[in-house]
Design a protein around this ligand. Structure first.
Ligand SMILES: *Cc1c(COP(=O)(O)O)cnc(C)c1O
Length: 428
């Protein structure tokens, strides 16, 4: 299956039915699995034989959908989680514990920023944030003896900066640690971070992968490329026996291809239980089947809307890396040659009043705290997600009061532009 092109993998990877079996991935809506002998089940518990015994650890529907995402990203193993937040937490916590340190791009999703800078700090894990535009020297200076990983987003939500994946991967590898890339906005259709040196890829599948606003979910994919045993002292969780799991040494027993995801499943999913329901995994797979077709349209609409806005006198600034005027245009041409995503952010002359009036005047685009689904939606951070901040604080956070984030859906681009045009006419 891995020899096929991406479009074919979107439709077919992860599940090949046998003679007379269901054509579509079956939903195995069962918490547990029956065995005829206790010995057989014992082997499963010891990870001596493959198979299912309890859905908190593994479920066939989830595994089939994870296998598709794994094929799309070009990894060796993958797992689903209950949300994108869970995916990023598990991926990072699988490598570090109290007393360790993370290097992360400062341009990341707000939820991930809180997770790292507040919640993980409370667990004794420290972080140094670096600009996505930092020099190699600045990046090198962020590392410490106890650094365990580097984290960034291919296209950051909501800043829409583009990560120099090769630069961040080289720095991580110079310091003997892996690079984790959250590839939610680009999806593997537009960028495959593993091909550029990323070691682990995460997703909020809630966004384009699901694509219909149906289910919250996440995924983690391992490239299988990081050599844990070569950095054994740095990653004892992978390279020494896990006494909580029958003394297994993950890197020895499962090799570089399987150690990371096996540990993350057998240890973290076992203890934290943030699983995706098989029903949601089924919906996610329906989204994946058309991901390649949808991404092309999201990008087409995003580009058309961004080009229209850039020429409009009431718009003072547009961020979209598909515009030649965007500071991330060159980087996007390298990492995202097929397009970036459907999310465009722009600033309206007149601050928060003008932005609120513009949004209230939209007839087609809805006001939502969401991005990346089939229906166009928008948000003014100053009056919603960031409403506790005054104008000065907003400016310092890089979120001006008049900023609108619009997620272009799959509608006709001229209809979207006409809606924006009539709403802009409503502001003086
Ligand atoms: C939405 C999002 C998340 C969090 O995902 P949830 O599924 O909402 O938990 C993480 N990273 C990025 C880039 C996101 O856009």
């Amino acid at each position: 299956m891995s020899d096929y092109q991406l479009e074919t993998l979107c439709v077919n990877a992860g599940y090949t039915p046998g003679n007379g079996e269901p054509r579509q991935i079956p939903i195995i809506q069962s918490t547990t699995f029956r065995y005829e002998s206790g010995e057989e089940m014992g082997k499963l518990f010891d990870l001596e034989a493959p198979g299912y015994f309890y859905t908190r650890l593994q479920n066939p529907t989830n595994d089939m959908v994870a296998a598709k995402i794994c094929a799309l990203e070009g990894g060796t193993a993958a797992m689903l989680t209950s949300s994108g937040q869970a995916a990023n937490f598990l991926a990072m916590f699988n490598l570090c514990s109290c007393g360790d340190h993370i290097v992360a791009s400062s341009s990341i999703y707000g939820g991930t920023f809180n997770l790292i800078s507040v919640t993980m700090r409370r667990m004794g894990i420290d972080v140094t944030f670096v600009s996505p535009d930092c020099t190699d020297e600045e990046l090198d200076a962020a590392f410490r003896e106890n650094t365990k990983l580097v984290f960034g987003e291919t296209i950051a939500n909501p800043a829409l900066t583009v990560l120099d994946i090769e630069q961040f991967a080289s720095a991580a590898h110079r310091h003997g640690v892996p690079l984790i890339v959250d590839n939610t906005f680009a999806t593997p259709v537009n960028c495959r971070p593993i091909a550029w040196g990323a070691d682990i890829v995460t997703h909020s599948t809630t966004k384009y992968m699901d694509g219909h606003g149906t289910g919250v979910g996440g995924a983690i994919v391992d490239s299988g490329k990081f050599d844990w045993m070569a950095h054994a002292d740095c990653f004892p969780g992978l390279t020494t026996p896990d006494e909580s799991y029958h003394g297994i040494t993950y890197a020895e027993k499962f090799g570089n291809a399987g150690a990371f995801i096996t540990k993350c499943t057998a240890q973290l999913m076992r203890d934290l239980g943030c699983i995706q329901s098989p029903q949601n995994a089924f919906y996610l797979n329906l989204g994946l089947e058309s991901l390649h077709v949808r991404m092309a349209r999201h990008c087409e609409n995003g580009q058309a809307v961004a080009e229209y806005l850039e020429k409009h006198p009431k718009i003072t600034h547009v961020s979209y890396c598909g515009l030649p005027s965007d500071p991330y245009y060159a980087r996007a041409q390298k990492y995202l040659p097929k397009g970036s995503c459907g999310v465009v952010s722009f600033e309206i002359r007149g601050g928060r009043e003008a932005a609120a009036r513009f949004m209230n005047s939209l007839k087609l685009a809805a006001i939502e705290t969401h991005v990346a689904d089939a229906r166009t939606c928008c948000l003014n951070p100053a009056t919603t997600t960031h409403r506790q901040m005054n104008d000065e604080q907003l400016a310092r956070a890089g979120v001006p009061a008049g900023l609108v984030r619009m997620s272009c859906g799959l509608e006709n681009a001229q209809d979207l532009i006409a809606d924006i045009a009539q709403a802009l006419e409503n502001i003086d």
